[in-house]
Design a binder for this molecule. Structure first.
Ligand SMILES: C[S@@+](CC[C@H](N)C(=O)[O-])C[C@H]1O[C@@H](n2cnc3c(N)ncnc32)[C@H](O)[C@@H]1O
Length: 202
């Protein structure tokens, strides 16, 4: 993952300036209370959290990413606790979190069902999952393209599954989902479309 962490911000740069940065900001404006971000990566969300949140916990299992995350917190003078943990095993108490944030992570976790189970476990009854994720294309042509490039993309993009049906997984794992779909402008077609929104426990 060292290589992926090294190229990550440069690879995403065009997508960030073409709209993803604004999307992050709009999504995270709704973060409240005790907030836990899974797979926080290099810290591209750090500047977008509202000042009023009670606590910010950033989880990230990859050491190269974590080093960049620490630097991002210092650079932006932002207070947060960084935890070395996979989203499948969050070292947090049941019903102790108001907002879980996942941006471009549910595509990468090894076990999405277990991850969503953990998110459901740590969320308080009125808690929310805020997400931006790229998902399997609804067009058969583009979905076949994603299936074709899947292995190559996964090897390059730190284990990312470009063809994962994340919204269906969320619903199957007991979440109500309010999501919109969009094109991830400035990024390759293999990661179109993205979905963004909020999920709550049913
Ligand atoms: C595509 S990056 C997204 C980074 C960041 N969330 C963003 O929006 O830019 C995927 C991140 O998920 C992390 N990751 C991979 N497997 C994970 C797991 N099982 N649990 C939590 N994070 C994981 C990776 O280390 C990486 O930082």
């Amino acid at each position: 993952m060292q290589f992926f962490a090294f190229v990550y911000d440069s690879f995403l740069w065009l997508g960030e300036v073409a709209g993803m940065r604004t999307r992050r900001s709009e999504l995270l404006a709704d973060a409240r209370g005790r907030v836990v971000e899974i797979g926080a990566g290099t810290g591209l969300n750090v500047t977008h959290y509202p000042d009023g949140i009670a606590e910010l916990i950033l989880t990230e299992p990859d050491a190269s990413m974590r080093r960049r995350l620490e630097r991002s917190l210092q650079r932006n003078d932002r207070a947060a606790r960084i935890i070395d943990a996979p989203a499948e095993r969050l070292p947090l108490a049941d019903a102790s979190v108001d907002t879980v944030v996942s941006t471009l992570v549910l595509c990468t976790v090894d076990n999405p069902e277990r991850t969503l189970g953990e998110i459901a476990r740590v969320l308080r009854p009125q808690g929310q999952l805020l997400f931006v994720e790229h998902v399997r294309a609804s067009s058969r042509f583009f979905a076949a393209y994603q299936d074709l490039l899947f292995r190559l993309w996964r090897a390059f993009a730190g284990g990312c599954y470009c063809n994962r049906r994340t919204v269906e997984l969320l619903r199957d794992c007991g979440f109500d989902v309010a999501a919109e779909e969009a094109v991830w402008r400035g990024m390759p077609a293999v990661v179109h479309p993205i979905v963004f929104g909020r999920a709550t426990r049913r």
